[in-house]
Design a protein around this ligand. Structure first.
Ligand code: GDP
Length: 295
């Protein structure tokens, strides 16, 4: 049994060495192992193929053939390229404004409400930031209640209008309220559905147009694998979001969705959520994710 890609590649190269010289053709064989590892980690096949084709050229260019430990060099190339692919050059998370408005969008169950609480908690711990949470999921009273409880838990005020059935007016009123109370970050938790739906998309788009957020974070469950990519694409087409939040990374998924999403929509992953507790939040580190995906 091989535990990880490093072991697999070491073994593959060892076998090849036994047969004589390592050749470019042999590298192609090990590249297949890498592709399999990526697909096993939930990376979309087409994306894994394009990526490994690039790796092959690089491996030949960097003379993996002559390396003392070709398996090790190969894994290093793969990790560096993966991290690069997930890194990008986009701006970091921007929570400065008067107030800064942050819109949270995604499917129901993706972890939006939990993340909204975590983000408020995280920002609150930074000097000079004073967040207000906004419950704009008008369809599920339970979601409003969930946010109210989280707010209480972390000591952040929650803007609630249980009788109001107009999410846009709730968002606008919350921004006005934040200004009057000297709150300088407004985090708006929006409604989600179980699948992408026109009404939901219109609603989030209307909130976006009404309050002009500086950050729109698309929250996606990393366990949903390939579906995550299609959902990301649809949300991005409608909202042109500024970043991605990958949730439930404490589960047993390798997290290949991170690569597929970044590759498909070319937006940075800004946060990862890895638990239900309010402090289970991390900013996104490409190298750490590359390590996890490769096992
Ligand atoms: P929403 O419908 O998008 O607002 O999703 P919720 O925030 O209500 O989350 C749905 C479920 O997933 C809840 O039971 C959360 O406790 C859980 N959840 C959210 N984020 C995480 C996470 O990072 N890890 C785990 N294990 N569970 C999470």
């Amino acid at each position: 049994m091989f535990n990880n890609l490093q072991d697999k590649l070491d073994s593959a190269f060892k076998n090849l060495k036994g047969q004589g010289r390592i050749t470019e053709l042999n590298i192609a064989t090990t590249v297949k192992e890498i592709r399999r590892a990526l697909v096993d980690a939930d990376v979309n096949y087409k994306i894994a193929k394009e990526f490994t084709d690039k790796i092959k050229d690089k491996a030949v260019g960097e003379k993996v053939i002559n390396a003392v430990s070709p398996g090790q060099l190969m894994v290093k190339i793969v990790k560096d390229e993966l991290a690069e692919l997930m890194g990008g050059e986009e701006a970091p998370f921007n929570a400065k404004g008067n107030p800064a408005i942050i819109l949270i969008a995604g499917l129901q169950g993706s972890g939006k409400t939990t993340f909204s609480g975590k983000l408020a908690n995280y920002l609150k711990s930074q000097k000079s930031l004073n967040p207000l949470l906004v419950a704009a999921d008008i369809y599920r009273p339970a979601a409003m209640e969930q946010l109210r409880v989280l707010g209480e838990q972390i000591g952040v005020e929650v803007h609630l209008e249980p009788e109001n059935k107009d999410a846009v007016s709730i968002a606008k009123a919350a921004v006005a309220s934040a200004k009057s109370k000297n709150k300088n970050v407004v985090i708006i938790d929006t409604a989600g559905r179980l699948a992408v739906d026109e009404e939901m998309m219109n609603e989030v788009a209307n909130i976006k147009n009404a309050v002009n957020p500086q950050e729109i974070l698309f929250v996606v469950d990393s366990m949903t694998g390939q579906d995550a990519v299609n959902t990301a694409k649809t949300f991005n087409e409608r909202l042109d979001f500024s970043g991605v939040v990958l949730t439930k990374l404490d589960g047993d998924t390798r997290g290949g969705a991170a690569i597929s999403i970044k590759y498909t929509v070319n937006k940075p992953i800004k946060f990862v959520s890895n638990g239900e507790k309010m402090d289970a939040l991390d900013v996104f580190y490409p190298e750490r994710m590359a390590q996890r995906i490769l096992g």
